[in-house]
Design a protein around this ligand. Sequence first.
Ligand code: ME8
Length: 514
Amino acid sequence: MKDTFYITTAISYPNGKPHIGHAYELIATDAIARFQRLDGKDVFFLTGTDEHGQKMQQTARNEGITPEELAKRNSDEFRAMGKLLNASNDDFIRTTEPRHHEASQAIWKRMEANGDIYKDSYAGWYSVRDEAYYTEDETSVRDGVRYGPQGTPVEWVEEESYFFKLSAYEDKLLKLYEDQPDFIGPNERRNEVMSFVKSGLKDLSVSRTTFDWGIKVPGDDKHVMYVWVDALTNYITATGYLTDENGPRAKYWPADAHIIGKDIIRFHAVYWPAFLMSAGLPLPKRIYAHGFLLNKGEKMSKSLGNVVDPVNLVNHFGLDQVRFFFLREVSFGQDGSYSEEGIGTRINADLANGIGNLASRSLSMIVKNCDGKIPQPGELTEADKAILAVADSAITICRDEMATQQVHKAVAAIMNIVNETDRYFAAQEPWVLRKTDVPRMETVLYVTAEVVRQIAILFQPIMPDSAAKLLDLVAVAPQDRSFAKLGEAGRLTPGTVLEAPTPVFPRYVAPEKA
Ligand code: ME8
């Protein structure tokens, strides 16, 4: 039996088309999911759309369509983006699906049965854009408009509402953060959440009566659930843990990691564990918040006109190039800036001149000078052993980094093999050995091709298609591409026939500016 590994992205609001921030989160989560699959885990990877709430209802009204129509149209766009990005998610959940209504009502009833839900009336500030309640001192007024802490406008809400006894969970939550220091990452976010909880928790309004686009509160049809109660529950819905406990996916709960953006840490690290504790359900193991993507250092916004469509970016640079850039360049957990120049420079330095060049030079030398077959290595020198050791040990570094979502560090570790191998290849000068010492040339080419094999295996989670092409070039069979075949276990077999290499990573040439 394989160990299970359950990972999720946030579910996106389909009130508009997906943007590059959504693409970034999906790419990074996909890389982690693929890594764990290649490392032998039984992975369940979930993404989807968060379709209820006031924001959806308002946007639909402004467009003159129903919320169902809006949700369907844009949810389809998110699904299409996933295909475009080669996301390997095992399911795509929509919160308007019957299975999700059922699970949300089930969790509500459990919280109610535990005595944590009561009816009262709510009066306070609400941000429709954040779908969040704020206390007065979290808001501020500029030019006559009141804003919440994330800079979105808030409005005064007064209505009958059900409340969740969040205040009763203050100590339990603090104990959770103390006992499980890895529950929240990165550390800045953990500190932020802990000080928020320490400053005191008020009970949370968990239902609304002034609109109806949501999941009905069990036993009180006038109320729909607060969208975050339903949204967070998606993670458990998809496993069937609440509604189909003997089903094939119930084994995946609790999740190993929820990957989200830093703006929604409070919902995931405070409300969600409190709801689960109340409902008597196991808690996810880790909440990891990535940073925000900034376009040339500026926040993306419709008014600045710098919202980048991931489809355009992929069409312009190529999918694996875009995946590589974001995972290599942005420290996962910090904000990251990007620009077209930056992407182009990265592609050329690391891909075209880096792994692409190394693979094509070494493999075309084999095809030309070794009868088109992987050569038989002779006795290994210290330099050969050293470079093989760099490649053989990289998985240990990658495993450690991926276990804490340090995706960029795993990528850096793989790039380090590329750079070391470049130096090795340049120092060994196989093109000189071709005339002076053919057996030694064959050894150098064998060692280089073997390292290329390992680099390609390790790059699969980051650039699935390009890594597959590289593995085709070194004639590695599909069943020999998992991490179990790294190192000694999968060494290239001398005599294997290679095709003449075709370029995997072309150089990027910026289009002439008109
Ligand atoms: O928050 N850079 O949905 P959402 C990086 N429905 N990440 C970004 C980003 C940017 N510029 N902009 C947004 C919601 N994101 C809720 C989630 S989960 C139960 C419900 C990230 O469509 C954001 O941080 O506003 C979040 O993780 C995800 O995209 C979806 O954002």
